[in-house]
Write a protein that binds this ligand. Structure first.
Ligand code: NDP
Ligand code: MG
Length: 394
């Protein structure tokens, strides 16, 4: 079997580490072309020793020189590059077959889009990229013939439950609704008046999943589900009213597809991202992911509830932004990134997150999107607007 060359954007993060774990189980199928990191240089160093990539990409020249010297000492041939252009280069290089897009936030958009534009097989974890630029992103997928495979566990589940010809329109293939499951995060049952005082550590302590800080806070506020609602609309060409969010605290049913004949197909499994990663890597084949078999008797119960709109205002804001269209989702995403960072730095309370997002959505008028520059401008303006809110509070 010829091995496929893979670039892992965001290799040092939670998804990146899980991806390399799956790849290491299948050295006969995959070879690592490039690994990228941003601040965790020791992790990237260790990954280069283990996976021997052709390239590593870091943020700046000083980091690159240091890592290059350490790798040379260890006798590793990896060439270390730096900067945003290098990220796009290792994503779009002619030799690359597969790109795992696992950088967090807006920073992941340019290299992910670069991979899409040259028709790679793109494993999409970086939901923010799609939320920001949905129409352009999906048009680029169609134009280049890129194969986009969702890594987000819910979207991967939906993909597995969809008929193969879903691109012809949900109505044409008998799909009535998509049921997007949500764990409800760590604050699902906390008294509402305590939410203003929760700490970053509490917000990051997700009951079922171990993830990076930003998505953990998004899960606690349910902005994650808001971003995922938008993600599902773009990936499956669904209208927002065709996507229903259902709180499912056990995180065993990863999402469901409801058909007009009354059939409901679901994908289940232990909450471990190596399952969707292995699925997308090998699709349409199946490979071992290292995830243990689901023990239904141990699971015993599957509960489902409606999300509480008062507890989770971010869900409403995301629906509103998607319906407003144009650059509104880029504004939503950027304001959320600033708000989450400020919460993690303990500059604001948890319940200020939706306030900042709503403020930014009210300050800026969305414009129709024709090119990426408009998305990047809306992103910058929304960051500025959210920063001004923070400054006015300080
Ligand atoms: P992490 O925070 O664990 O990892 C983020 C990765 O992005 C790291 O490799 C980090 O480098 C890199 N990075 C951060 N900022 C920049 C930047 N400005 N430029 C370049 N690289 C950068 O996040 P996760 O792995 O949890 O999530 C990654 C993406 O996958 C997110 O979009 C998230 O929403 C999505 N996702 C994650 C899931 C999960 O289970 N973790 C589930 C579903 C989706 P470094 O660490 O070296 O600083
Ligand atoms: Mg998810």
């Amino acid at each position: 079997m010829t091995r496929q060359w893979i670039t892992v954007l965001g290799a040092t993060g939670s998804i990146g580490v899980s991806t390399l774990d799956v790849i290491a189980r299948h050295a006969d199928r995959y070879a690592v072309f490039a690994l990228t990191g941003y601040s965790r240089m020791d992790v990237l160093h260790a990954q280069c020793l283990q996976h021997d990539p052709l390239f590593a990409v870091v943020a700046d020249a000083a980091q690159a020189d240091q890592l290059q010297a350490r790798l040379q000492l260890a006798g590793v041939q990896t060439r270390v590059l730096h900067g945003c252009e290098a990220l796009a280069e290792v994503a779009a290089d002619q030799r690359v077959d597969v790109v795992m897009a696992a950088i967090v936030g807006a920073a992941g958009l340019p290299p992910t889009l670069a991979a899409v534009r040259v028709g790679k097989r793109v494993l999409l974890a970086n939901k923010e990229a799609l939320v920001m630029s949905g129409a352009l992103f999906m048009q680029a997928v169609r134009d280049s013939g890129a194969r986009l495979l969702p890594i987000d566990s819910e979207h991967n589940a939906i993909f597995q439950c969809m008929p193969s010809d879903y691109a012809s329109g949900l109505g044409n293939v008998g799909v009535r609704r998509i049921l997007l499951t949500a764990s409800g995060g760590p604050f699902r049952e906390m008294p509402l008046d305590e939410l203003a005082h929760v700490t970053p550590a509490q917000a990051c302590a997700h009951p079922n999943w171990s993830m990076g800080q930003k998505i953990s806070v998004d899960s606690a506020s349910m902005m994650n589900k808001g971003l995922e609602l938008i993600e599902a609309c773009w990936l499956f060409d669904a209208r927002p009213e065709q996507v229903e969010v259902v709180v499912h605290p056990q995180s065993v049913v990863h999402s469901l597809v409801d058909y007009v004949d009354g059939s409901v197909l679901a994908q289940l499994g232990n909450p471990d991202m190596r399952t969707p990663i292995a699925h997308a890597l090998a699709w349409p084949e199946r490979i071992d992911s290292g995830v243990s078999a689901l023990d239904l008797l141990l699971t015993a119960r599957l509960d489902f509830q409606a999300p509480d709109p008062q507890r989770f205002p971010c869900l409403r804001l995301a629906r509103q932004a998607f319906e407003a269209g144009g650059t509104a989702c880029a504004i939503l995403n950027a304001a959320n990134e600033i708000a989450v960072q400020a919460f993690l730095e303990q500059r604001i309370g948890f319940t200020d997150i939706p306030v900042i997002i709503e403020h930014s959505l009210n300050c800026l008028s969305p414009v129709p999107v024709k090119e990426l520059a408009q998305v990047m401008l809306a992103d910058a303006q929304a960051r500025e607007c959210a920063q001004q809110w923070l400054a006015s509070r300080a």
